[in-house]
Ligand binder design. Structure first.
Ligand code: PRP
Ligand code: URA
Length: 209
């Protein structure tokens, strides 16, 4: 299954770790650790085309032309489950600012319900990495991207772990220019909006709820 503007990260180490997360016997501690590890591996690919600017550096021997990231990076996890990936991303990008978007999915309607938003004031000038392990119906990711656009953000990458085809289509109907990076595109949603085969409820598995 392939979709335009979706980058599927097929790296064998990512795929091995994803299999561990899918395993129903993986406990809270291992789930958290492995999710962070995958996030670190994914962000390496996600940041591959970040713009750089020249920076002169003096080595112990001479001066040379180096580079530095041209723009600040802001990481925006969708609460709660996005928090489970944030530490892994920050390990690679320790200077990144952090915004938070609190959204939960109503269990009956599956519509996203916003409950908290806090973004850095100059986020519009930043490269934004929006993270959430699960892209199911797409409702939460669509709402989060709308919120970022209203805040003036123009450069967003959306990183998820497992995506459903339904969620990818819905997300790209509204935000076709935002690249989705994911480690898997699963088969379908069930009648309750869970991804099949998926990994269950990501938030519950991270937080032990
Ligand atoms: C999960 C997940 C996404 C959302 C995906 O969060 O982390 O945010 O569901 O579903 P969607 O694509 O159909 O919107 P949930 O609403 O369970 O909240 P939580 O992270 O607080 O557990
Ligand atoms: N949210 C999850 O955490 N898991 C799913 O399968 C769907 C939505």
């Amino acid at each position: 299954m392939s979709f335009p503007n979706v980058i599927l990260l097929t790296h064998p180490v990512i795929q091995t770790k994803l299999t561990e997360l899918r395993d129903a016997t993986t406990g809270v501690r291992a789930f958290r650790e492995v999710l962070e590890e995958i996030a670190s591996l994914m962000v390496y690919e996600v940041t591959r085309d970040l713009p750089v600017q020249p920076k002169t550096v003096r080595t112990p021997l001479e001066t040379m032309a180096g580079v530095m990231l041209a723009r600040s990076v802001t990481l925006v996890p969708i609460l709660r489950a996005g928090l489970g990936m944030a530490g892994g991303v920050l390990r690679l990008l320790p200077e990144a600012r952090l915004g938070h978007l609190g959204l939960y999915r109503d269990e009956i309607t599956l519509e996203p319900v916003p409950y908290y938003q806090k973004l850095p004031p100059d986020i519009a000038r930043s490269e934004v990495i929006l993270i959430d392990p699960m892209l199911a119906t797409g409702g939460s990711a669509v709402a989060a991207a709308e919120f970022l656009k209203k805040a003036g953000v123009t450069n967003v990458r959306f990183v998820c772990l497992v995506a459903a085809p339904e969620g990818i289509r819905t997300f790209h109907e509204k935000h076709p220019e935002i690249t989705i990076y994911c480690a898997a595109i699963d088969r379908q949603l069930n009648e309750k909006g869970y991804i099949l085969p998926g990994l269950g409820d990501a938030g519950d598995r991270i937080f032990g709820t």
